[in-house]
Design a protein around this ligand. Sequence first.
Ligand code: BYC
Ligand code: FE
Ligand code: FE
Length: 477
Amino acid sequence: MSEARTDLLSKIPNNVELSSDKRLQRALEQWLPNYLGWWDQVGPAGFSKDEIYLRTAISVDSAGWAHFDYVRMPEYRWGIFLAPPEEGRTIGFGDLLGEPAWQEVPGQFRNTLRRLIVTQGDTEPASVEQQRMLGRTAPSLYDLRNLFQVNVEEGRHLWAMVYLLHRYFGKDGREEAEALLERRSGDADKPRILGAFNEPISNWIDFFMFTMFTDRDGKYQLAALAESGFDPLSRTCRFMLTEEAHHMFVGETGIDRLVARSAELTKKDPNGDARTQGALDLPTIQKYINFWYSRSLDLFGGEISSNAADFFASGLKGRYKERDQPDHAALEGAYPMDVVEAGRLSTREVPLRTAMNEVLRDNYVEDCQRAIDKWNRSIAKAGLELTLGLPSKRFHRAIGIYAGLPFDPAGNLISAETWQERRGKWLPSESDRAFIGQLMQPVHERGRIANWLAPPAKGINGQPFDYEYVRFAPDRS
Ligand code: BYC
Ligand code: FE
Ligand code: FE
C-alpha cells in the first residue's frame, strides 16, 4: 500500500484514486446532485448567496490539511479523504486479534458493518437538518461562521460514509446511500435512526449543548470505529476526528461564554437575576445540560449489550484508545453495573465484553466532567458561588436499563408522581424556551455580539473576533 495522491480538481475532491475506478466515480457523481438537492431543501435556511469564511479539507497532511477562504455554501468542495494507511496494520482486539486488517468487507460481517456505517452516516445529515434555522438568530458573525463550518463538515462526514457504502457494499450500499438522504430529523414517518438526532435544536443554547455533548459522542464513537479491523472505516474515522475537534470546541467554548456572561450579569443585577439583565440564568443552563447530556448518553446504546459484545469480538468496533488497554481480548474482566432489581438499585458484575457500551460511556462522562469543571472556574472568576454539574448517568434516560425509570439528577430512584412534579425544575420547560426564544435576536454586524453571550477569547485561523467572517451578498434573499 502506498499513499494515494490527492486529487482536488475533479468533481469530487478525494485521496482515494476515484478516477481509477470509473464505475464508482460515476455512481458517486450521480449521488452528488441528490446530495446538493438535499442540502438545498433541508440544509441551512437562507445564506446560500453569502460568502462564508470557511475551512475546506484539502489533504490529510497534519501540517496543512485545511484551507481557509470565502465560500458560498452550495459551492463548498465536499471531498472524500482517508487518513494514510498504516503499513502492515493488524486487528487490535477481540477474537481475531493480530490477524491482518481487512481491506475488503469480510462476508460474515457484511450486514453488521453496513449497519454500523449507516447508523454513523445517518447522524451527519440529521444534525444539519436540526440546525437549519439557527443562522437567522446567530449572536455574532463569528458564531454564524462556526455554525456553517460545522454544517459543511457534517455534510462531508456524510460523504465519508457514503463513499464506504458505494465502494464496499454494492447495490445495497447504494440503496442505503439514497436512504440517508430520505430520512428526516424529527419526521414522524421517516425519522433519523438515533434518538438525539430527532430532537429539535430550536435555539443557540440547544446548539452549544448539542455540539458540546452530542458531537462529543461522535468523538468517542468515531474513536471506537477508528480501531476497527475494517481498515477503510478506520482510516475514514481517523480523518473525521481531526474535523470533530472544532465542533466540540464550538460547543465547549460556546457554553463557557454563555456561562461567563450569565455569571457576570447575575453578579451585576441588584437581585442577582440574569434574566432582567437580558441573559440566561445559571439554573436554566443547568436544565439544558441535564437534557442534552442525558440524550447524548443514550447514544452509547444499552449498558448491557450483546451487540456491543459481538462488535468487539468480531474486531469491528474497539474501545477508546484500544492500544492503551492492557488486555485486548477482554474475555476475563467484569464490569460492576448498577442495575434495578425489584424496584431497587443493586450492583451486578457484567462480563466486560457485554459492558463495552458502558466502558465507552465512562470515557465520555470523564471528558464532560472536565468541561464542567472548567465552566465552574469561569463562574468562580465572576465571584459567584453557584456551580454546575452533570446529572447521574441514570437520569432521564430513554435507552438501556434505566430507560423510562424515574431517577432524580442525583441518581436516586423516585416515585412517578415526584418525577412528574419536579421534571420542570430539572429539564427545560415551555416558559424557559419562550424566554430564550425572545433572547435570540440576530446580531449580524461585524465585531458586535448579542448581550447574552461573551465574545470568544480569539477569532478563527488567527483572525480577530472583529473580522468579516460572513460577507453578505448585496442581493441576498
Ligand atoms: N436511539 O445493544 P444496544 C455523531 C438501538 S454521533 C435509538 O443497546 P448497540 C454526530 C440499537 O440500534 C455518533 N435507538 O445498542 C454527532 C439497537 O437496535 P436493534 C454516531 C437506539 O447495538 C453530532 C437497540 O437499540 N455514531 O457522529 O450497541 C453531529 C438495542 O441496542 C439508540 C454511532 O452511533 C438510540 N440512542 O448500539 C453529527 C456509531 N441506541 O438492533 C454527528 C455507530 C441504541 O434492536 N453505532 N439504539 O434494532 C453504534 O456503534 C451502535 O449502533 C450504537 C449502540 C452506539 C448506536
Ligand atoms: Fe460528524
Ligand atoms: Fe461533528
